[in-house]
Design a binder for this molecule. Structure first.
Ligand code: FMN
Length: 197
C-alpha cells in the first residue's frame, strides 16, 4: 500500500483546485493507495521566519500544524501538490508550506543527512489560473514546484496547468476532466508530462 499525500492549496474549499485534485485522487486505485487529502486552509501554519534554527539543529522551532505535515511528508510515497495561481506564482497559503520545507534543505545540506534519497517517491503539481491561456502564464510555478519536490527527494513526474478557470470552471472542461482522470488511473505508469490546457 502506498501513501498518497494530496495537498489542496486553495483557500476556496470547493472550487477549481479542489475539483482538479479530486479528479486525480478519486481515480487512483484504492486497493494500492491510501490517500490523505489535506486542505491547507484548515491548518494553522506560520510563515518561515528565517531564524536558521533548522540550520543548526534538526527540525523546525515552530510549533504549529506543520508538525503533522512534516510527518506526512516523511511517510509519503506520492505527493500531489494542487494550488491556484496568484500573481503568477503559488498562492501564499501554498508557498507558506513550501518555505517551511527549508527544514529538509537544512537536513541535507547543513547536517549532511541522507533524507529519503532513492526511495522512488513520486509527485505531480496541478495549478489552476483564472486568466485566459497565455504561454508563459505558469512560468513562475515551474522552478518553485521543482525546488519543492527536490527538497523532499520526490521525483516530479509532471505538471498539469489549467488556464481560464474564472470563465470555464474545471468541472465543465471536458478535456481537462478526461486527462486528470487518466492521470489518476495510470498514476503508477505515467511518462513525464507537462500539460497546459
Ligand atoms: C489574489 C489573486 C491573484 C490572482 N492572480 C492570478 C494570476 O496571476 N494569473 C491568473 O491566471 N489568475 C490569477 N488569479 C485567479 C485564480 O487563479 C483563479 O480564480 C483560480 O480559479 C483560483 O483557484 P480556485 O478556483 O481553486 O480557488 C488570481 C486570483 C486571486 C484571488
Amino acid at each position: 500500500m502506498k501513501k498518497v499525500v494530496a495537498l489542496m492549496g486553495s483557500p476556496r474549499g470547493s472550487k477549481n483546485t479542489n475539483a482538479a485534485l479530486d479528479l486525480v485522487i478519486d481515480n487512483m486505485d484504492k486497493d494500492e493507495n491510501m490517500i490523505k487529502k489535506i486542505y491547507l486552509g484548515n491548518l494553522t501554519i506560520n510563515p518561515c521566519t528565517g531564524c536558521d534554527y533548522c540550520g543548526h539543529k534538526e527540525g523546525c522551532v515552530q510549533k504549529d500544524d506543520m508538525k503533522e505535515l512534516y510527518e506526512d511528508f516523511d511517510s509519503a510515497d506520492i505527493i500531489i501538490l494542487a494550488a491556484p495561481l496568484y500573481f503568477n506564482s503559488f498562492n501564499g497559503l501554498t508557498k507558506n508550506i513550501i518555505d517551511r520545507c527549508q527544514k529538509y534543505w537544512s537536513l541535507k545540506y547543513s547536517h549532511g543527512q541522507n533524507y529519503m534519497r532513492n526511495k522512488g517517491r513520486r509527485g505531480i503539481c496541478i495549478c489552476v489560473g483564472g486568466a485566459p491561456f497565455a504561454f508563459d502564464q505558469f512560468i513562475g510555478i515551474n522552478p518553485i514546484s521543482d525546488y519543492f519536490f527536490k527538497s523532499l527527494n520526490v521525483e516530479q513526474v509532471g505538471n498539469y496547468f489549467i488556464s481560464n478557470t474564472d470563465k470555464v470552471p474545471v468541472e465543465s472542461n471536458v478535456l481537462v476532466n478526461e486527462e486528470l482522470k487518466t492521470i489518476g488511473k495510470k498514476f503508477d505508469n505515467l511518462d513525464n508530462f507537462h500539460i497546459q490546457r
